[in-house]
Design a protein around this ligand. Sequence first.
Ligand code: ZN
Length: 296
Amino acid sequence: MKKVKVQLSILLLLIATVVNCQKKEVVITTKKITDQIYMLRGKGGNIGLFVGEDGTFMIDDQFATITPKIIAAIKKITDKPVKYLVNTHWHGDHTGGNENMQKQGAVIVSHENVRKRMSVDALVRGKTKKASPKEALPVLTFTKDMMFHLNGEDILISHVHNAHTDGDAHIYFTNSNVIHMGDTYFQGKFPYIDIDSGGSINGYIASAEKAILMSDDETVIIPGHMNLSNKKELISFKNMLVVVRDRVKKAIDSGKKLEEVKVDKSITEEYVKDFNWGFISDEKFRTSVYKSLKKH
Ligand SMILES: [Zn+2]
């Protein structure tokens, strides 16, 4: 009997190990948006891909460890290598593959604050993130807007101030009517406002308003995380931000402290069911909105 028990526990351990290994295995999925534009998902921020005769244009690159898988997925779509790579902001789940991609010949483009933040040691959620090597840094930077004219498309890259960070960009394919919003948009979820990197709730709202203005009912919106989206969903996201911001502001104006806002579920009550998720709970979101309003 004892022997059977031991064998059973070894078997369970083996199963658990196999399940664990499978969990870690990243699979890249490809979603076709138009004949030329694709969204790739694996681990980290959503990747945008634009293909055509002149060369491949990429938006964000997730993590260094999965670059070979990402390149393999790109090769299934086009035989043209990545010529330009735009970083929507500096976070590691969007820029982790930069060094690998640069070595493959990609020219990396970003807002100047992305390069600045990647160039120095930084504090990320209480931990020190080492400065990136030179090979991982963007080589072309912009301060406000820039245009790409490629594969018969006019692509507008525009900076939005102090939203998710201080270096965010929207990438708008003006002919194809597709916008990649980076992490200024978490589709259907409470967003992560990186206050230490210059993010703010008011900037988040302004960023959403800007993308709403650029959109019509046909626009396809690629969020930094979660699923492909549209103008209608972006408006719901923006409305949620405005309501929560106004309630937190009212609480601050009436003298409430962070500890009180943190536990005041009424501020986010109608949004918890849909917008809550593992990374940003309603409590975390109330806390960051409070801190952002206090800071700016
Ligand atoms: Zn981010």
